[in-house]
Design a binder for this molecule. Sequence first.
Ligand SMILES: *Cc1c(COP(=O)(O)O)cnc(C)c1O
Length: 398
Amino acid sequence: MTSALYPTYPRADLAFKHGEGAWLIAENGDRYLDFSAGVAVLSLGHNHPRLVETLKRAAEEPWHVSNLFRIPQAERLAERLCDATFADLVFFTNSGAEAVECAIKTARKFHAVNGQPERYRLITFEGAFHGRTLATIAAGGNAKYLEGFGPPVEGFDQVPFGDFDAVEAAITQETAGVLLEPIQGEGGLRVFSPSFLAQLRALCDARGLLLVFDEVQCGVGRTGKFLACEHAGVAPDIAALAKGLGGGFPLGACLATREAAKGMTLGAHGSTFGGNPLATAVGGAVLDVVLAEGFMARVARLGALLRQRLAEFEDRYPSLIEEIRGEGLMFGVKTRIPNGDFAAAARAEGLLTVLAGDNVVRLLPPLTIDESDIAAAAARLSDACARLAAPAEKLGAA
Ligand SMILES: *Cc1c(COP(=O)(O)O)cnc(C)c1O
């Protein structure tokens, strides 16, 4: 597999020619059940009629006009995001990392315009992932991602996962806020408890800090609520969205309260492509489906069903599966064997998954799956587990 692409990804030797709902058909005709969903991007699955129709219609209108002009599709999408969340204002981006960058800049600028420019530091958590730009690798603090790229961007103080005392102890005169994913995605589907999020909210209020949620992976209905933080009844001051928001079209958003965004005035930030008509038209169509009556309740119900099936495998194969984690349709299977072996066995049975840190295999199906897709996934996982659990000598015969 030689290619002119940077060899930065461990790509499977698989390419696809067709997709429909939760299914992908490879170039050689093999069918795969796609529980990777482009890493939680394909909230509505492949080839969703509403998205296809919206994109086709948008393609007949101006694709791009720049942010030097009004973009009605973006204005409408921003309004709907505000109606659906804690937010009053939105900045659109093309990716998750850019949405987090905007969140970081918004938090820093808030204190700067309050006359405290020295308050620029954010407290972050071990196991975090916030993207691959220079600021977001510094925020994530993963040494592997920082190595060789020069001095890390200043201003991030990392504390152990879920350690409230450590957060309190890390606060200084320079602290601007706290940044976290309510459910860590790349870090291994680690869920911050509702009580921890509520404690953070109270702490931020008491100390004049901004609470910033990176919901790039767990947001937009993935957990059965529009934002994952709603499970805890906690609202942030600023939140980053991306992945599922565009349903496959690159689109991110930084959401903020009017107060938190008070520093983001004329000229404070910009993006050439951010919030262009194509992206925001598609984002609007995603919201038409995700915000429709009953959709997120259905995600929660299907998530409970999938969890039940996964729990059965956990009981049946304790030598393979240590723990099931997650919420809604965002699952992590912590494996006792190398997670790559587990994912490879699932793929050999026609089920696509995504790896995460902490030896976890992620199941991130489209939010539009139905009971038959869950049954199909369970059948494939069952075969994969049986194969992995079989003594080595039987494998050849199988
Ligand atoms: C994927 C992800 C990002 C980065 O998004 P990109 O679109 O790859 O820049 C940031 N934060 C979280 C939680 C993510 O899962």
